[in-house]
Structures are given as C-alpha cells and as structure tokens.
Design a protein around this ligand. Structure first.
Ligand SMILES: C[S@@+](CC[C@H](N)C(=O)[O-])C[C@H]1O[C@@H](n2cnc3c(N)ncnc32)[C@H](O)[C@@H]1O
Length: 291
C-alpha cells in the first residue's frame, strides 16, 4: 500500500467539507498538514506504553479520511485494524476506493446504531464531530460507549474557550456556556450546526459514562478546538441520563438563558443579510399559504 504522501487527495468539495477553508492552491497542503497535526495530537494523548499491534480502532465521523489516511502504516503491517465511519456517502465511497484495504470504512445512519459488536474497539476518536452533533449527541456518546471494550478510550474534540470571538459574536464566557448550540439547521457543506461546550459541562455530562482522563480546553492539533480523553466506565445509561441537569448547578440555567441571547444575536445578524431580504417575499407568500 502506498505511503501517505502517495495516496491521492480527495476532490476539493470533499476536502472543503471537513473545514478546510483555503484557496485551491493551498488546499491539499493544508489538508495534509492538518491531518498530520491531528494524528500527532492523538498520539500525544495515548497512554505511555500504547502499542498498535492487535488493536482495533475507529475514526468516528472520518469524512474523506483527512486523519485516517495517516494511519495506513498502523493497519498495513502495524498489526492494527483501523476503521472509519461517516454519514456522508460520497466521502465514505472515496475512502473505500482509495484507502481500503488496508483501512476499513462503513457508512452509518444519522442516528445509532453502528454496525459493530459491543466492545469491538480499543480506541475511538471523534475529531470535529461532537462539535456539530446537536440533538443526537447523547445517543452517539452512548453508542461509542457500547462499541468500546472495557477500559476502552475515547478521544473527542469540542469547541470550547478556543472558539473565536468572530464565530461567537462575543468573547467566550465559560460560566455562561454548558452545551450551547448555534447555526441550527446549517447544512454540512457550509459547516453544519455548531455545538459549544464548556469544560465543566463536559466533566459533568460526558463524565457520567466516561472517566475524564484529560481535558484540554483549546489548542488540539494546533487548532482552536479542545479535546477530552475519556476512559469507558462500566455503567449502563440511557441518553436522558446524560442530558439531565445536575441538581444545584446554577450554570445550567444561565447557559440556557445565554444560548437564547446567542441565538437572538445570530438571527438579528441573519436578518440583516442581503439573501434574507431578497427571500422575504417568498416567506410572506409561505406564511399566507399556511394561514
Ligand atoms: C468537520 S467534519 C470532520 C471530519 C474528520 N473527522 C476530520 O477531522 O477531517 C465532521 C464529519 O462528521 C460527520 N458526521 C456528522 N454527523 C455524523 C454522524 N451522526 N455519524 C457519523 N459521522 C457524522 C460529517 O459527515 C463530517 O464528515
């Protein structure tokens, strides 16, 4: 199998879809550089003495394989079984045609389950995926818990205090964010919805299914994202158990209030755009029809 530098690059539309906002000239170099930086950051988080031989690992939400393509050596002769999965059919088809074997990939549905047995994986990583999952986050976190072996590790990135003030429209306020959601309904080709997480909220909610081994609020792989290294706990939980507020945690209510402010700010900005004004007659027509 070819070395990573000889693997072809996915078409630009698949590269841009995983958040590579560069000109055509820099696109492939940045895709490669960022993928390598993420791999290095993942390796940094693994416990001392980690070896790949005999391990089965999953890149959840692998897209077009920006990170996965750098794990060919671990799968090809390195003794590991390296899987990816994603909901996006064109990305999964590209990975299948260009990286498999030695890698393996499946397309999953927007909601669980994954087509894998309980306890199938020693390690799962989800890079820039829980940053976009809104309604389905708790079901997916528990699904990854299901497919992890006892003591298996999950590495998940999140958008926390490293989020830019430009994206937020205001500076980060840790005690006013729990899991706050912006850009609701934005399509994936434009970046998808955005979920913001504060570290205290991750420790509380994700911590019910996983021991939090390490939590870095920003700077993962040179990006603004934070990262959580989690070890599977031996618990049996339903999504509602992860979502429930902790009694006596005042920041939950403040985060909900603040999310309303953030959404109002977003809507006001949206209403000021040219495309919103241009489509106003269509919205008026629709509302007349639905009366
Ligand atoms: C920002 S991209 C990141 C892709 C990849 N992890 C990387 O770092 O290049 C987010 C990916 O999550 C995928 N995704 C969204 N919802 C998903 C779901 N329910 N299951 C699997 N993948 C999902 C999207 O299709 C997209 O490829």
């Amino acid at each position: 199998m070819s070395t990573p530098s000889r693997i072809p690059f996915p078409p630009s539309r698949l590269v841009r879809r995983v958040g590579c906002p560069f000109s055509d000239r820099r696109l492939q170099a940045e895709y490669d550089r960022r993928g390598r930086a993420v791999k290095a950051a993942l390796l940094d988080l693994l416990p001392g003495g980690w070896t790949w031989a005999g391990k089965r690992v999953l890149d959840f939400g692998c897209g077009s394989g920006r990170v996965l393509r750098h794990f060919v050596a671990e799968a090809d002769g390195g003794g590991a079984e390296v899987w990816g999965c994603d909901v996006h059919e064109p990305s999964v088809r590209w990975v299948e045609a260009n990286l498999c074997p030695p890698l393996r990939v499946v397309r999953n549905a927007p909601d669980p389950p994954l087509p894998m047995a309980d306890g199938a994986f020693d390690l799962v990583w989800a890079v820039a995926v829980f940053t976009h999952l809104t309604d389905s986050w708790s079901a997916w976190l528990l699904e990854l818990h299901r497919v992890l072996a006892a003591d298996g590790l999950l590495i998940a990135t999140f958008v926390g205090e490293g989020a830019s003030a430009d994206t937020l429209g205001a500076p980060w306020e840790e005690d006013r964010v729990g899991m706050n959601v912006l850009c609701c309904g934005r399509d994936w080709d434009s970046g998808g919805p955005l979920a913001l997480h504060s570290s205290w909220w991750i420790g509380d909610h994700w911590g019910r299914a996983f021991d939090v081994v390490a939590l870095q609020p920003a700077g993962f792989g040179g990006s603004g994202q934070g990262v959580a290294l989690l070890r599977r706990k031996e618990v049996s939980l339903a999504p509602a158990d992860l979502e429930r507020w902790s009694p006596g945690e005042p920041r939950e209510l403040e985060a909900l209030r603040y999310n309303r402010v953030q959404l109002e700010r977003e809507l006001t900005g949206l209403r000021a755009t040219r495309s919103w004004r241009l489509t106003a007659p269509l919205r008026r027509l629709n509302s007349r029809r639905s009366r």
